[in-house]
Design a binder for this molecule. Structure first.
Ligand code: ADP
Ligand code: ADP
Length: 232
């Protein structure tokens, strides 16, 4: 069954900008979909509507059969079945790596002790098990981004939304993190929507590339790629 359905979705902002025109998109469980296109083509707008941070001006969106965001979220970081990774790592500087990753579970009422195994597992997933007691300022940019990914994964989401997550990082770090994300996807069987303006990144990562164009923002191509799970 379709996990995400967008049907005839339009978004016009208050200043009159038509950010998205007549977007149809059906995504199945387990797909890794890149939204690819130049700045201003509506990638972030589409992702924000899927996450429930923005509402469409017209058209229909459902995620896991419900209106987006209806699972209840906190500051857009976490929404139950749906997790979001932003371009900036958005970690709490005063809290340890462990406590940053624990936050979504804390908001669900789990004590630190109840959450410990899950937080540790999420940190292991991104190779930072030894850094639970460190503070964000002690970490490199790539490590901070991996903490953000661990925080997004700690609730075992069905859907991971990433909005140009590595844009601020150098090329080598991006490449390493791309491999981390591929491995997470392969191991966890989740659906990923990954916003990027990098053709390389989209082709390297995805099972499907949705190409968008600006003014007005719209979908111009929807390409299936050879299954990335079987590629090296
Ligand atoms: P992308 O993520 O592909 O760079 P966006 O979704 O951010 O594109 O933006 C699509 C279009 O909508 C752009 O023309 C942008 O300037 C415009 N836009 C985005 N957010 C707003 C807003 N809050 N108010 C007005 N216009 C906006
Ligand atoms: P970036 O991803 O920002 O390039 P790296 O992940 O390469 O940063 O890490 C920068 C430094 O931090 C490395 O040289 C290494 O010493 C240390 N580091 C990063 N990840 C780990 C880890 N899992 N275990 C131990 N040290 C690490």
């Amino acid at each position: 069954a379709a996990q995400i359905e967008m049907s005839h979705v339009f978004k016009r902002f208050d200043n009159g900008t038509l950010a998205l025109q007549d977007m149809d998109l059906t995504i199945r469980q387990g797909e890794f979909v890149s939204l690819l296109g130049p700045s201003g083509c509506g990638k972030s707008t589409a992702l924000r509507m899927i996450s429930g941070l923005l509402s469409p001006s017209s058209g229909q969106i459902t995620v896991n059969g419900h209106a987006p965001g209806s699972a209840g979220k906190s500051a857009g970081v976490q929404g139950g079945d749906v997790s979001f990774v932003f371009q900036e790592p958005t970690l709490m500087p005063w809290a340890t790596v462990f406590d940053n990753v624990y936050l979504p579970l804390k908001l669900r009422g789990l004590s630190r002790r109840e959450a410990e195994a899950q937080v540790t597992e999420a940190l292991e997933m991104v190779g930072l098990a030894k850094f639970g007691g460190s503070y964000p300022r002690e970490l490199s940019g790539g490590m901070k981004m991996r903490v953000s990914i661990a925080r997004a994964m700690v609730t075992k989401p069905k859907l991971l939304l990433m909005d140009e997550p590595f844009a601020a990082l150098d090329e080598m770090t991006r490449f390493k993190l791309n491999n981390d994300v591929l491995n997470l996807w392969r191991r966890n069987g989740l659906t990923v929507i990954f916003v990027t303006h990098s053709v390389f990144e989209s082709v390297y990562l995805s099972s499907r590339v949705v190409v968008m164009a600006p003014r007005p923002g719209r979908v111009v191509h929807d390409l299936a790629l050879p299954d990335a799970t079987t590629r090296d």
